[in-house]
Write a protein that binds this ligand. Sequence first.
Ligand SMILES: N[C@@H](CCC[C@H](N)C(=O)O)C(=O)O
Length: 385
Amino acid sequence: MAIAAAKLLPAAAAVSKGRSLSSPCSVSYSTLYRLSSSSSSSPSSAALQLDSLTFVVSSKFRNPSSLRICSAASSSSMRIQAPPEITSPASFLERKESGILHFVKYQGLGNDFILVDNRDSHEPRITPEQAVKLCDRNFGIGADGVIFAMPGINGTDYTMRIFNSDGSEPEMCGNGIRCFARFIAELENLQGKQSFTIHTGAGLIVPEIQEDGQVRVDMGEPILKASDVPTKLQPNKGQSVVKSKLEVDGVSWNVTCVSMGNPHCVTFGTEVSKNLQVDELDLAEIGPKFEHHVTFPARTNTEFVQVFSPTHLKMRVWERGAGATLACGTGACAVVVAAVLEGHAGRSCTVDLPGGPLEIEWREENNHIYMTGPAEVVFYGSVPL
Ligand SMILES: N[C@@H](CCC[C@H](N)C(=O)O)C(=O)O
């Protein structure tokens, strides 16, 4: 956590020299707070410094009684107030000050999200424009998207909404829903095996936290009907588009189109090069050309796949609205569906992504896809809006 320390020190120095940190916020936010484990071997910590507000917290605190929060400087000449008492991550998030957003940053295989407790409203606490700023990796917190935990509708426990880092709103997010489940367990102080019914733009999704902390998600059924994906490519297998030709940048790619609630275009190769070496691709060059191709009226996520064996695939992804990410859960599900339809793999596969592996199963008896993978806290923070 060298980065965290590097970010912390200038802020601490500014306070200790009696300089107030430039701030549009109230004086209490000119304080540098440090939240640490009472154990001397604090496992990890991270700092967030945005305008006047710097909040440093351990990413591993799980025992509220071991929490303590303290200001980093205490001279009476400085405009520092006693820090508010924080006894748990949930109580931290429950603090509601106008103009301040409390959040938890989570990641699932490096696909990272700002999680917002929005359980008291059906309206997202921030706008798409604010989400774009917060997701910026240089001028903001840095994330692939912002996820809102909202009240359930239609009898579900919760609703998940998400903004991509470009401010667009996708229907679903596989890595995000694993993070969402862990976030809810933290907010509700639930331990052990837990499952939730979540309303999303892709319908009902059911994540289950396992004893080992991994999250297994019933992702529902894939949608293969071309007009529902949506794609303008002509169906060539029933109503589906399977291993069809798509011209992108003068190259003829073989593509299969799958929706997991959100659209995916999966390719295992081109007309001339049937087996992709995915590490050799220039994703930033080719990805946007798929994303904005006229054949995808709602834009598309694109997965480039290499087959190691019928149970082991490797993919890189260019996400709609987020660009190259380290992992995409809905993408990994779409890849296994496409691999089965094209005859490259069986229904249970390990899919390697740049951020790590996901276990995917497309079950024959109910047509549902199950995804299993991790979700972890990165840090807790507050940011002026
Ligand atoms: N990373 C996500 C997908 C997020 C949404 C996507 N960018 C879209 O616009 O559809 C995942 O893990 O599924």
